[in-house]
Design a protein around this ligand. Structure first.
Ligand SMILES: *Cc1c(COP(=O)(O)O)cnc(C)c1O
Length: 430
């Protein structure tokens, strides 16, 4: 048995790329044999409490009976059919639900296969909109630093210029306009100076710009930063005043993670275009969606091409749509907001002690997201091993050690998770 695991691991190291890894100096990977509830079961028999929800996705934990049932039920009808010239109930029912739960003017939806693609579609919608309005010169974007919008080229062009590797792809990436990330923390008293940099950027470039794109309230993979919802409110006003569309990337923030259903709900605003993904299928299959308004969809449809020029092969995949609908129904079947509050208080209580360590720069919690920011980058491979040895699954990057556990995590498991994080952090870099 041990030998079989090792030979698989050797093959993996030699032949298979993992996210953001080298093929000549691959980092250690841990074989998982199964997963259930809040636990990842390693092939060597150990059980880890999952603190990552498989990158924001597995909100109801793994192997959930209701989601399994939705998958099995759908797979016996059809796993997939093309969406060109064909429609089906799973796509219709899911779209109804998404339109119902997102802010009111968003009532046109494009189903696609991953977060990055939904960002590509959002950007294409914005460009096609202005093209149809006889403003083809509005063909760049504005955003803030420290953002993350995906790994495809256009999405990458609006990621943070440093961590998004703009330098390496300098000659290839389209050029957009960046300002400093919002400096105001989530709870900070508002001061108009917090949005001065964005206002200046907008005043300077609005005539050549189609849209402002950003992650609402929480900047995820670009730095795990939380900022004031008032920033979004003010940005919405500026976009209206200067004829810019507002694209909100809710791929990480969507479906309750921050304590509101969507990040934009903190500010009571609605974007012109919204991207959702990640938790949409509860971590079962890859699916995302781009929502927009009737105004924008009508303009696009009356433009030169007469259509939105996009259509992935697996568009509206019935299996993914069925699971996504079951996933959303599951979310709304309980008081999810009270549950996120419960997780939030536990994360605050559990992680706040880290603030006293001299190697820690900041501790912040919003909804079911807990972040410990270190002063120096951590040795990821080493600290990951320590987490695994202690029975928890946490995957830090750079200076950030963070957790966004499945919503089903119980109090005792949360205590264990944060206690072990705190223990390991206390011994790191000191
Ligand atoms: C993960 C993420 C994406 C990219 O989604 P993929 O499904 O990985 O392509 C885009 N935007 C944000 C905010 C994300 O967190």
């Amino acid at each position: 048995m041990k030998k079989a695991i090792q030979s698989s691991l050797d093959f993996d190291r030699e032949h298979i790329w993992h996210p953001y890894t080298s093929m000549t100096r691959p980092l250690k990977t841990y074989p998982v044999a199964s997963a259930c509830g809040v636990y990842l079961n390693l092939a060597d028999g150990r059980k880890l409490i999952d603190g990552m929800s498989s990158w924001w996705a597995a909100i109801h934990g793994y192997n959930h009976p209701l989601l399994n049932a939705a998958a099995k039920d759908q797979i016996d009808k059809m796993a997939h059919v093309m969406f060109g010239g064909i429609t089906h109930e799973p796509a219709i029912a899911l779209s109804r639900k998404l339109i119902d739960i997102t802010p009111a003017p968003l009532d046109r939806i494009f189903l696609c296969d991953s977060g990055s693609v939904s960002v590509e579609v959002a950007i294409k919608m914005a460009f096609q909109y202005w093209h149809s309005k006889n403003h083809p010169e509005k063909n760049t974007l504005m955003t803030v630093k420290s953002g993350y919008h995906g790994d495809t080229f256009f999405a990458m062009s609006v990621c943070d210029p440093v961590t998004g590797m703009h330098h390496m792809f300098n000659d290839i990436l389209p050029k957009h306009h960046f300002c400093e990330a919002p400096a105001c923390r989530f709870d900070d008293l508002w001061d108009d100076r917090h949005i001065a940099a964005m206002k200046t950027l907008i005043q300077k470039h609005h005539t050549s710009c189609a849209a402002v794109i950003l992650e609402p309230v929480v900047q995820g993979a670009g730095g795990m930063r939380f900022y004031s919802p008032v920033y979004l409110k003010k940005l919405r006003q500026l976009c209206d005043e200067y004829n810019l569309l507002l694209i909100l990337d809710e791929i990480a923030t969507g479906f309750g993670r921050t304590g509101e259903l969507f990040g934009c709900n903190h500010a009571n605003i609605s974007p012109d275009i919204m991207c959702v993904g990640k938790a949409l299928t509860g971590g079962y299959l890859t699916l995302a969606a781009t929502l927009t308004t009737e105004k924008i969809s009508t303009a696009i449809s009356s433009g030169e091409s007469g259509a939105l020029m996009h259509g992935p092969t697996y568009m509206g995949n019935p299996l993914a749509c069925s699971i996504a609908l079951a996933n959303l129904n599951l979310l709304f079947s309980c008081d999810w907001q009270a549950n996120i509050k419960r997780i939030e208080s536990k994360l605050i209580a559990g992680l706040e002690p880290c603030r006293t360590f001299k190697q820690v720069k900041d501790v912040r919690v919003l909804g079911a997201i807990g972040v410990v920011e270190m002063k120096d980058p951590v040795d990821m491979e080493r600290i990951q091993q320590q987490f695994v040895d202690q029975g928890i699954w946490i995957r830090p990057f750079g200076r950030l050690i963070y957790t966004m556990p499945p919503y089903i995590i119980e109090d005792a498991e949360l205590d264990t998770l944060t206690r072990k994080m705190t223990q390991i952090i206390s011994k790191t870099g000191s």
